[in-house]
Design a protein around this ligand. Sequence first.
Ligand code: GCO
Length: 508
Amino acid sequence: MRRRFAVGVAFGVAFAACSAACSTASTPPAIDAGPPAPAQVDFPTGMLWGSATAGFQVEKGNATSDWGHWAQLPGKIKNADKPDVGGPDALAHIDDDIAALKATGQTAYRFSIEWNRVYPTRAAFDADQPDAAALAAYASLLQKLKLAGITPMVTLQHFALPDYLSDVSAPTQPQGWERPETTTLFTQYCSRMATRFGAMTDWWVTINEPLNLMLGGYVQGSFPPGLLLSMDRALLVARNEARAHARCFDAIHAADTQDADGDGKAALVSYAAHLRTFHAYEEGNADDQAAADRVRYLWNDWFLNAVIRGDWDDDFNGKLDGPNDKAADPSLKGRADYIGANYYSDTLISASRGVKVPVVNAAVYQDGLATGRPRSDFGWDIYPEGLGIVLDELKPYALPVVITENGVADSKDVMRARFIAEHLYQLGWARARGVDVRGYFHWALIDNFEWASGFCPRFGLVSYDPATGARTPRASAQTYGQIIAANAVKKSDIDALPAYGAPTLCAP
Ligand code: GCO
């Protein structure tokens, strides 16, 4: 069966899932034909070992966000799941979550401060009258992390936007990042949060996966405002997010002058890019390969080039030759202190079949790939080598890298231990090849609301049972803890782990 417009996926352009028709696709080549795989990889002292969440996915009570409204609309969320019913209610369970981090020796935690929670109305935002309970909750989280010796990493925008900037009832009107006022207000929000919390955190993520937001909202239709293949609006969103990131970067640096952890740096600011590997649907097919290169450029390089090099490719054609293109634009250049990289999986690209996405003129296949690799409950390939590939691709930017997300939907915990070990092995190997990776955040600390897929996919190191409210560490969390304790991964330890178990498919 061929499926169009799958919902609720991180990469999001699953325009057609593979079926028997995909059988001509072959397994992409393994990385690094050169030096043999090391027997052991080691991590540096001070490596950030953590896990990640996002406010809308683990909190309750974000009804004044666009996602809060979106999740009430019929047909938008798998099984009609409601974020406030069945989630782990993180702000009410800070101690439990910190205990889970400590139990595995994690030293860092990435979470978001939800804009709509802090400023539920436009009037509150304009008057700078933040919600006292919201501020107290985030301050408490930050204080408790400090007491526990856990380094916080704060995301300022993780998909959900306040409803006064993104109205799900009016999708034909400009929404969210399309509106110029969103950048202005976001910059103020960044400044205010950095002023208020800068003494308690040094690590900042401005926007989470800006291109996924664009894709889900304007191409695939599974995120607010729910548009299909609305390319002009999509590209406007990407441009505005890049500029907003740069303004937020400046605002944070201006406001956060306090060094929270005594390392001499007051603020380390970046965004979280979702990076993938892209292979030709048919290995050796030159058209497919060219299409894969186009998609890879747009998805992996475009935003990084803009905010690190200041290279502004306004028409997304891969060259700085358009009337609005600009090299080394000083208003954009140098706006990343590190690269935040979310890595999940691989993608096959076809030039000749399936639903083509304009601009890249290619069909994108991201789940149910005919590669023979193990796959997660979400239908995504498990492809640890891909992490090595994307890390190698980051070398030319010459910046430290933090893996801000990496994880697997695995409700039965039959894949996660090996998944973690194999990905961390690739990460360590990339370090040995010269990529300066400083941290790793597993997605996720605890089971949570997976956007359009609701609570079906289970990404947590800790399981959450909505019936009993029990938070139970999964066995794989111990494997993560052992690697953290050793600060190394041995190939022989990976070999001793059970093979990947079968997925309990939770496809959209
Ligand atoms: C994303 C987000 C997370 C997801 C995670 C699993 O990548 O979509 O940053 O919010 O939950 O990636 O899909």
